[in-house]
Ligand binder design. Structure first.
Ligand code: 1CP
Length: 350
């Protein structure tokens, strides 16, 4: 029997858009589509205990990945995991303080960078994630594309250096300024681990991978080249050498003008846009390079109303001249109304 990667691959709408095809109706999925806005997610998460137990429980992680597919028939499912599992696999402590977000032990010196676990050892921690991918690969509807992901090195480094999320990535910028060589060694280490992690996800059945550089917008000038562009280019080149048929989506969030030419510079098949750039500007300056993904303001899924529908249609129209995957500009928030997702989909699919 053929596996689902070989069957009808070219007919999956997400893969067609990623190959540069303009479709009459854009395929759609949402960042954080498995999440706290869904009552069924909250129930499964309560069953798992805490968030990390959910990530490392393949049956339950697959279940929450499938929930938004059952409810909304999105064109893609994204593996349920987190970008902070890589720091944990490299030897840092990771925990989620209730109501406070992630906490990690920190890396702030050359010695601590050198003491991180070897890249080969990450699979000891991450094997359950590959099992989640294998389950999803069997259980997803045939028309649904399975997306794997990882954090981009800069974004992951910001959490490893600060030990938590930070509004301005101050600690990471300070480490970079104090010891650029040690900081670069950390970026290289995460880059190597990310290549192995994403490659293993692809081997387990991920059909597309996405690189989340959520804090790319705080890198300016040469720093953007050195720590957003160069690591993404290295990861994508290594993945393309091993898995030439697997498309890659890059998300350098809040890159602004630097979105132009980014996909080509890093070798990505698609660039995901946040909602701080206008769809009309991006159609003229980014989509000219190939497929784009985005970029509805996630707040509209909280506020709803006519604005949700007109903005959704405006984005569909703005990108209708080329390849487009409809998505949000950032993750859906816990206070979003699940019925507003249905309204958004009706406005896209008609
Ligand atoms: O309480 C809960 O259930 C935890 C909330 C949550 C969820 C649902 C976290 C903690 N992570 C996730 C899942 C997750 N994270 C996915 C799953 C797939 C999906 O999209 O449905 C993905 C792709 C991520 C990626 C992720 N984690 C990013 C990059 C994307 C982005 O949002 O910018 C980042 C920055 C993280 C770190 C993280 N994990 C969780 C939180 C609350 C945070 C942000 C912490 C902070 O910056 O303060």
């Amino acid at each position: 029997m053929k596996n689902r990667n070989e069957v009808n691959m070219t007919q999956k709408t997400i893969l067609r858009a990623l190959s540069g095809e303009r479709l009459p109706t854009p395929p759609v999925w949402m960042m954080r589509q498995a999440g706290r806005y869904l009552p069924e997610y909250r129930a499964t998460r309560a069953q798992a205990g805490d968030f990390l137990s959910l990530c490392y429980n393949p049956e339950l992680a697959a279940e929450v990945t499938l929930q938004p597919i059952r409810r909304y028939a999105f064109d893609a499912a994204i593996l349920f995991a987190d970008i902070l599992l890589i720091p944990q696999a490299l030897g840092l402590d990771l925990w989620f303080a209730t109501g406070e977000g992630p906490r990690l032990s920190t890396v702030t010196s050359a010695n601590q960078v050198a003491a991180l676990r070897s890249t080969d050892a990450i699979h000891d921690t991450l094997n359950p994630i590959y099992e989640t991918v294998r389950i999803l690969s069997r259980e997803l509807p045939r028309e649904t594309t399975l997306i794997g992901f990882a954090g981009a090195p800069w974004t992951v480094a910001t959490y490893m250096i600060a030990g938590r999320g930070t509004p301005d990535q101050g600690p990471a910028h300070a480490f970079k300024a104090a010891d650029r060589a040690a900081f670069s060694a950390l970026i290289d280490k995460i880059t190597d681990a990310t290549i192995e992690y994403l490659s293993a996800q692809i081997n387990a059945g991920a059909e597309v991978v996405k690189l989340f550089d959520s804090w790319a917008g705080s890198l300016k000038g040469q720093d953007f080249d050195d720590f957003a562009l160069t690591p993404a280019k290295r990861i994508i080149a290594a993945l393309k050498a091993r898995h030439p048929a697997t498309p890659v989506i890059a998300f350098p969030r809040e890159a602004g003008a630097r979105y132009a030419g980014f996909a080509r510079a890093v070798g990505a098949d698609c660039v995901a846009l946040d909602n701080s750039v206008s769809a009309d500007w991006a159609a003229g300056n980014v989509q000219t390079d190939g497929c784009v993904q985005g970029n509805l303001d996630p707040r509209l899924l909280v506020t709803g109303g006519d604005t949700l529908e007109t903005e959704t249609r405006r984005i569909v129209t703005a990108f209708s001249g080329g390849a487009h995957i409809f998505n949000l500009g950032h993750g859906i928030t816990p206070d979003a109304d699940p019925d507003n997702v249905t309204r958004m989909l009706a406005a896209i699919r008609g």
